[in-house]
Design a protein around this ligand. Structure first.
Ligand code: TRP
Length: 331
């Protein structure tokens, strides 16, 4: 069975965009692949060196993934810092990672611009830590968005370089995993762009949102003065509301409002009321389940422990072999 791995940053809550993007696919993937999903808490130190709520964030992210359907019995769900073996591989990879290639990485250059007062070595070597995450389980596939493609390419470079330098055909080349289906784009409520781009604002619906919060956000969604000619092309903000309706409402509901739009009798207040109601129906079970799981500390601890054990077994085997290959042996 092929191995798939993905790292999840412990920042922010999951929103509808995450759900209809990677998350829903992860849930299906766990039945077909040997899956590793981990929470990248080491990585978070590159931007948040003294995190205020590291443990709470990790717990909350773990609970949200469980609520969304990741099954700890099927997939290996673990916390990166529970498997410090990864740091040892990170060190070995760093010895053969060159300043020039790390400095050229676009994510690094972005960070240099974003946090000029904290250009730390962890940021520079972010790609080697990510490569270590992937190579330590010899993953075949990594589901990556556009922004992570270069990191995956660097992972292949580091793995191949290791193989060449130590004359062992050891690490396989991880490939980008493309979900079989078209990813549904979830627009933001503020009339432009994707949901989740500006986190924490009113244009994003989180799986943790209460009915009141959803109502308020949908009510404030950007619209316009309404169509003046029959069958006119929808401007982006209106089209966005319909796209959102497409994922949470019944087809006949969408059709009803589409017709109203086309004959210019639509009232956006009615559309929003319906959209809010259907979003609440969609999000409520997630929110309730998240709350239940967060409250169950023993369960969360058991899940983390189970993942740690499985991930450690795989990671320590790799480290043992890598040490051997490099030449670290008992005297
Ligand atoms: N860099 C990834 C992100 O920002 C998170 C990540 C860390 C990751 N290690 C990984 C993703 C390994 C895939 C594989 O989203």
């Amino acid at each position: 069975m092929k191995t798939v791995l993905s790292g999840i940053r412990p920042t922010g809550n999951l929103h509808l965009g995450n759900y209809f993007g990677a998350l829903r696919n992860f849930v299906e993937m766990q039945h077909e692949y040997n899956c590793y999903f981990f929470i990248a808490d080491y990585h978070s130190l590159t931007t948040h060196p003294t995190p205020d709520h590291l443990q709470d964030n990790v717990r909350s992210v773990l609970a949200q993934y469980l609520a969304a359907g990741l099954d700890p019995e099927k997939a290996t769900l673990y916390i990166q810092s529970d498997v410090p073996e990864v740091i040892e591989l990170y060190l070995y990879l760093n010895m053969n990672a060159y300043m020039g290639e790390l400095e050229r990485c676009t994510a690094f250059k972005d960070k240099v611009r974003q946090q000029p007062d904290n250009i730390n070595a962890g940021l520079l070597t972010y790609p080697t830590l990510m490569a270590a995450d992937i190579l330590i389980h010899k993953a075949d596939f990594v589901p990556v968005g556009k922004d992570q493609e270069q990191h995956l390419e660097m992972t292949r470079t580091f793995g191949n370089r290791f193989n060449r330098m130590y004359k062992h055909d050891y690490f396989p080349e991880p490939q980008a995993f493309n979900f079989g289906r078209e990813l549904v784009k979830i627009p933001a409520l503020n009339g432009a762009g994707k949901m989740g781009k500006s986190e924490g604002d009113d244009s994003t619906i989180f799986l943790t949102d209460t009915p009141k919060q959803i109502e308020k956000k949908v009510k404030r969604a950007v619209t316009d003065a309404g169509p003046t000619e029959p069958n006119s092309v929808m401007p982006e903000p209106i089209d966005n509301l319909f796209q959102l309706m497409n994922v949470v409402s019944k087809p006949e509901t969408v059709e009803y409002f589409r017709e109203k739009y086309n004959d210019c009798s639509i009232r956006y207040g009615d559309l929003k009321k319906q959209l809010a109601e259907d979003m609440i129906t969609f999000v409520n079970p997630f929110r309730e389940r998240i709350e239940e799981i967060i409250a169950d500390e023993a369960y969360l601890r058991r899940v983390a422990e189970m993942g740690k054990e499985k991930a450690k077994a795989s990671a320590s085997k790799t480290i043992r072999e890598v040490r051997e290959i490099i030449g670290f042996k008992p005297l």
